[in-house]
Design a protein around this ligand. Structure first.
Ligand code: NAD
Length: 426
């Protein structure tokens, strides 16, 4: 593919997330029998913005950061996707994440395209005031291409509810009135939705329960390990624990903790809320992230970063189910190894879609200025996750596809249909 934005360079052995995303799309395109022109349209981001973000630090010095917003597809509705702050963010990672958002929104049939944003910054090294200035400048720079009808942001790695409040405020102040629907995952006080903070994790638990049910197994009969103890992983561990699953290990970027008889997840949450790292928790033995992935558990939930399940680590996985809380945690080779070994992978674009489903609810509520109860949100989330899982699972059985290929086929086909029905302008 000659377009620079669809080319993928891999400087070292580790496949880039974009390479994985392109390989997944190619697999779906082959199953669907689409021609090269349509493949190229589906592979290429519609719009991208690269911005320089100068920051005046608290000590008066100036630093510059790179920021990106990629709108991979906007054929089914506005772009939708998170904003990531991490020192490893680059434009190819943002492109991959934006593409996954496109398929995800289509799989769960919310009326959005896919987008993603990122700033190459380690947020742990900057004060709250500095992060606010970075966020406001980034928002101002990309403001021509975002908005409730154009592209709606949400939290991702390194960002949170407060970040979304700053984005919403900056965008609103510059337009002269409050526009709550420009972001989701906001605090309740400024138009956030009940249930949004735990929606991704709740969706992961619904997806896990549905996959287990296909094999006649219940959540309270299994053990689990969760990688990542941030917004997704911590609530996934807690909700699994509440559902009766024996959560034996969790980790963060510094390492993990393992208790074969089950962790006291509530005490661990309190320990982390007090500023501790997962590995320092005294209710179990310290383990590495590599060891966590290879634990003898039934369910493995990668809920941290991309590419952790490659061919090597996948060969050591003992879990029977991998439920992808993170985006892109499994490489193409990792997928192949897991499939050969009979591990059921519930793919990211389905398993972690609870977040975008409730983001959609938040956007609908903000547009209507009419708020739903927590129960309404929980019920509608559960219905949409069940319907989406059911469609993917039955296509997978009918056509002998992996759950990933089945989800991709459903998502890619919906986006392609939108392209074809709208027609090519001019
Ligand atoms: P977060 O920043 O709140 O938490 C990330 C967690 O991962 C932290 O515990 C961090 O210590 C850990 N981590 C980082 N690097 C790691 C590494 N190399 N090994 C092990 N652990 C590591 O981020 P989050 O919002 O929980 O996002 C986690 C994943 O879920 C990402 O892939 C994100 O794209 C995806 N996701 C998030 C949402 C959402 O609503 N927040 C929705 C869908 C998907």
């Amino acid at each position: 593919m000659p377009d620079e934005r669809t080319s993928v360079t891999t400087p070292d052995a580790a496949p880039s997330p974009l390479l994985t995303a392109h390989a997944q799309l190619a697999s779906a395109v082959e199953i669907l029998g689409y021609d090269d022109g349509l493949h190229r349209m589906l592979a290429t981001p519609r719009r991208e913005m690269n911005v320089a973000i100068p920051l005046r630090r608290d000590d008066g010095s100036i630093e510059l950061f790179s920021g990106y917003r990629v709108q991979h597809n906007i054929s089914r509705g506005p772009g939708k996707g998170g904003l990531r702050y991490s020192s490893s963010v680059d434009v190819d990672e943002v492109r991959a994440l934006a593409m996954w958002m496109t398929w995800k929104c289509a799989v769960v049939d919310v009326p959005y395209g896919g987008a993603k944003g990122g700033v190459t910054i380690d947020p742990t090294r900057y004060s709250t005031a500095e992060l606010e200035r970075v966020t406001r400048r980034y928002t101002s720079e990309i403001s021509p291409i975002i908005g409730p009808e154009r592209d709606i942001m949400a939290p991702d790695i390194g960002t949170n509810e407060q970040t979304m409040a700053w984005v919403m405020d900056t965008y609103s102040v510059n337009r002269g009135y409050t526009i709550a629907a420009v972001t989701t995952g906001k605090p309740l006080a400024v138009g956030g939705s009940l249930g949004r903070a735990t929606a991704t994790s709740q969706g992961v638990v619904h997806a896990a329960a549905a996959a287990l049910a296909d094999a006649g197994v219940r959540l309270d009969e299994v053990s689990a390990a969760v990688q990542g103890f941030g917004k997704v992983g911590s609530h996934a561990a807690r909700l699994l624990h509440e559902a009766g699953t024996k959560v034996v290990a969790v980790s963060d970027e510094h390492g993990g903790v393992h208790a074969p008889d089950g962790l006291d997840v509530v005490a661990l949450l309190a320990h982390v809320a007090d500023g501790g790292t997962v590995g320092e928790f005294e209710g179990g033995q310290a383990i590495s992230n590599t060891e966590l992935l290879a634990l003898d558990v039934d369910v493995l939930v990668p809920a941290a970063v991309e590419g952790v399940l490659d061919a090597d680590s996948a060969a050591r996985v003992k879990a029977r189910w991998v439920v992808e809380g993170a985006n892109g945690p499994t490489t193409t080779e990792g997928d192949r190894v897991l499939a050969e070994r009979g591990v059921v992978v519930v793919p990211d674009i389905l398993a972690n879609a609870g977040g975008v489903i409730v983001s959609y609810f938040e956007w609908v509520q903000a547009n209507q200025a009419y708020w739903w109860t927590e129960q309404e949100i929980a019920e509608r989330l559960e219905q949409r996750m069940a319907a989406s899982y059911g469609a993917v699972s039955s296509l997978s059985r009918r056509e002998s596809l992996s759950l990933r290929d089945a989800a991709l086929v459903i998502g890619v086909r919906r986006v392609a249909e939108a392209h074809q029905i709208r027609g090519l302008y001019p």
